[in-house]
Design a protein around this ligand. Structure first.
Ligand code: MG
Length: 264
């Protein structure tokens, strides 16, 4: 018998063995019971959803319209200077300063409702500007983007100067707008170097506008995002690097109501 003949025989032997293997795998698959791919633990805990936009049972209420107990002035750390309205809403008091939560936050789901001022003033970035700044670093833009063109990565529901919203889902000026936002915080090593970027998923009025977009770093008005753990947006180095939720005073009469979050 020559070598050629031997390899030919070997080929058939391997082919046969391989076929048997696949046949066995196919039978093994068939022999599996449906229960074998069921996963029972952990059992998701029971949460009672809110009615319409009221908070679910496990939410932390940040603003229910009755007081500013969870908030303070962002630079003086003193009392909030904004207006608390009788209809359980609050309104920015222009140039009295942004406000921040007293507590810091990590990865969260946030629900927040906002309304642009009905008296039209200014254009582009000058009309109904405010913003939600997560961990005082990453801004989801609030702007009256109804019939008000500006740069796309700066309109309402943009991750400011990083991600353009998929669509413009704003309601007309003066109507309440609803944000539901998932924020996953970035991860850092012990030296403060980013090891995993954060990300945002944003719904505006029930419409998906940011689909798991990756944060490039701090959201900057001028220049590139900064990625270090201890970096803050802008050049204000005197601001302590407190990782709280901040609502921006951009000089416009933007109103807020019904703000709650769930820790992730
Ligand atoms: Mg803003």
């Amino acid at each position: 018998m020559n070598n050629h003949c031997l390899s030919f025989k070997n080929f058939f032997m391997y082919y046969f063995l391989l076929s048997m293997l696949f046949v066995n795998l196919a039978f093994a698959q068939e022999r599996m019971k449906p229960e074998e791919t069921e996963v029972w633990e952990p059992e998701p805990r029971l949460v009672f959803p809110g009615v319409l936009n009221s908070p679910p049972s496990d939410a932390e209420i940040l603003f229910d319209g009755t007081n500013f107990s969870k908030w303070r002035h962002e630079s003086t750390k003193g009392e909030v200077q904004w207006t608390l309205n009788p209809d359980k809403t609050m309104t920015v008091k222009p140039r009295m300063g942004s406000i921040e939560t007293i507590n810091e936050h990590g990865s969260i789901q946030l629900h927040l409702e906002w309304k642009s001022p009905t008296i039209l003033k200014g254009e582009g970035q000058g009309r109904g500007n405010s913003g939600i700044i997560f961990q005082r670093r990453y801004e989801v833009q609030i702007l009256d983007s109804y019939n008000n063109r500006t740069y796309s990565n700066g309109q309402a529901s943009a991750i400011y100067k990083q991600h353009i919203p998929l669509v413009n889902a704003v309601r007309p000026t003066g109507e309440w707008q609803i944000y539901d936002i998932v924020f996953n915080e970035p991860q850092f090593d012990t030296d403060g170097k980013m090891t995993k970027p954060g990300n945002f998923t944003v719904f505006l009025n029930g419409v998906l506008v940011q689909n798991n977009v990756e944060l490039l770093g701090t959201t900057e008005y001028i220049g590139k995002p900064k990625t270090g753990r201890d970096e803050m947006p802008g050049s204000n180095k005197s601001t302590p690097s407190h990782r709280s939720l901040l609502l921006q005073d951009h000089g416009d009469l933007v109103s807020y109501r019904n703000i709650w979050m769930r820790k992730l």
